[in-house]
Design a binder for this molecule. Structure first.
Ligand code: GLA
Length: 409
């Protein structure tokens, strides 16, 4: 009997550290720079290094943007032992050296593959080589894998199997590697993504560099989804988001200004700074991963200011890990409320109309009791001890406020 207890105890102990490690892979939404919208498949190790240097120099790494996510286009096929290899022309020093370069600077490295034979852009992918590729990624000291779903069967059962297979392979690889599921929300991954071992999952089609297509649902694949469409598709999935299980409404467009490439397809003509500021606001309210895709090396002052809003980033990264609830969606108003760990709230107000509008927000009507000291996280203006606020919100603007509870500021 005692021996049995002892064995159970040992078994439990040997499981706890693994679970604990897995649990903490993405306690807050991952942040960093993703190659896709700016580079497409046309990048090399020097581009990554210079981008990483710029991230450090411009203070973005200190703000939490500590990943470089290498997207599609790094692969160079397989060697004679079927090990996946990086394109030697693009990465002459190899991925391991690149990971080392980033780790030395307090950064992490993400990489990309696909649950089929070929990726979306037609490069070598991981189907049938999951364990081998996971080991290879671990041997390169990779920290994150975006696992895409082009060229794979449409049914949900296969998708779950293929993602689980990669998740298990990563878990056995000997390194903690975040798994990002990317099947564009077509099979409702928010319902099964965490269960199969993913820490985040794309909820929508690819975001294009525009405000809106005014398309609906699946049409977004064809008509091209803008910031508004993606927000609208992701906004009501709040109940599924929690630490280590995030809805991913795709990359930040901030600072792209209609640069061609993937984000420029399907009508991606660019956005105004107000719209980019709105995307940052909405993504932070929705506890979304924050993946910068503009050229950080040459970003202008407004782009830097938008991406560096510390108080907004704190809303995104809040340890309670709740995605804002959309309280209201009518007459072009979208109102969001995100509870924060210390009892404060973040309140977001989007005016999706084509003109400036006025609105009064009564906190009690939003389900909150009493008075708050309120800070506008863009203008930095305070209103103290109030029950309501009156706002004038520009077209496509999102105002974000922090409501301080229980203590007067
Ligand atoms: C898909 C994904 C994009 C990007 C490309 C790469 O379209 O949704 O985010 O990774 O593939 O080919």
């Amino acid at each position: 009997m005692e021996r049995k207890n002892f064995i159970i105890g040992v078994l439990l102990l040997s499981f706890i550290p693994i679970n604990a490690q897995q649990k903490e892979l993405a306690p807050t939404p991952p942040m960093g720079f993703m190659t896709w919208n700016f580079f497409g498949v046309d990048f090399n190790e020097n581009d990554i290094r210079t981008m990483a240097d710029a991230m450090v120099e411009k203070g973005l790494v200190d703000l939490g943007y500590n990943y470089i996510f290498i997207d599609d286009g790094w692969q160079g096929g397989r060697d004679n032992k079927n090990n996946i290899i990086a394109d030697a022309k693009k990465f002459p020093s190899g991925m391991k050296k690149l990971a080392e370069y980033l780790h030395e600077r307090g950064m992490k490295l993400g990489i990309y593959s696909d649950a089929a034979q070929l990726t979306c852009a037609g490069y070598t992918a991981s189907l049938g080589f999951e364990e081998q590729d996971a080991k290879t990624f671990a041997s390169w000291n990779i920290d994150y894998l975006k696992y895409d779903y082009c060229n794979a069967p449409i049914d949900v059962i296969t998708a779950k199997e293929r993602y689980q297979k990669m998740a298990k392979s990563l878990q056995k690889s000997g390194r903690n590697i975040v798994l990002s599921i990317c099947e564009w929300g077509d099979r409702k991954p928010w319902e099964w993504g965490a269960q199969v071992g993913g820490q985040l999952w794309r909820t929508t089609a690819d975001v294009r560099d525009k405000w809106a297509s005014y398309g609906k649902g699946k049409e977004l694949h064809g008509t091209g989804a803008g910031i508004f469409d993606i927000m609208d598709a992701n906004a009501d999935l709040d109940e599924y988001a929690k630490p280590n299980a995030w809805n991913d409404p795709d990359m930040l467009l901030v600072g792209l200004y209609g640069k061609k490439g993937p984000s420029g397809d399907l009508g991606g003509i660019g956005c105004t700074d107000t719209e980019y500021r709105s995307q940052m606001s909405l993504w932070c309210l929705m506890a979304a991963p924050l993946m910068i895709t503009c050229d950080v090396r040459n970003m202008n002052a407004v782009t830097k200011e938008i991406l560096s809003n510390k108080e907004l980033i704190a809303i995104d990264q809040d340890r309670l890990g709740r995605q804002a609830r959309r309280l209201r969606k009518e007459n072009d108003w979208h109102i969001f409320l995100k509870p924060l760990q210390n009892g404060d709230y973040a309140l977001g107000v989007l005016n999706a109309a084509i003109d400036t509008r006025q609105i009064q927000i009564d906190f009690n009507e939003s389900g909150l009791q009493g008075k708050f000291s309120v800070k506008n996280l863009w203008t930095k203006k305070w209103q103290r001890n109030v029950k309501k606020i009156n706002l004038s919100v520009a077209s496509h603007e999102t105002c974000v406020f922090r409501l301080y509870s229980g203590r007067l500021k």
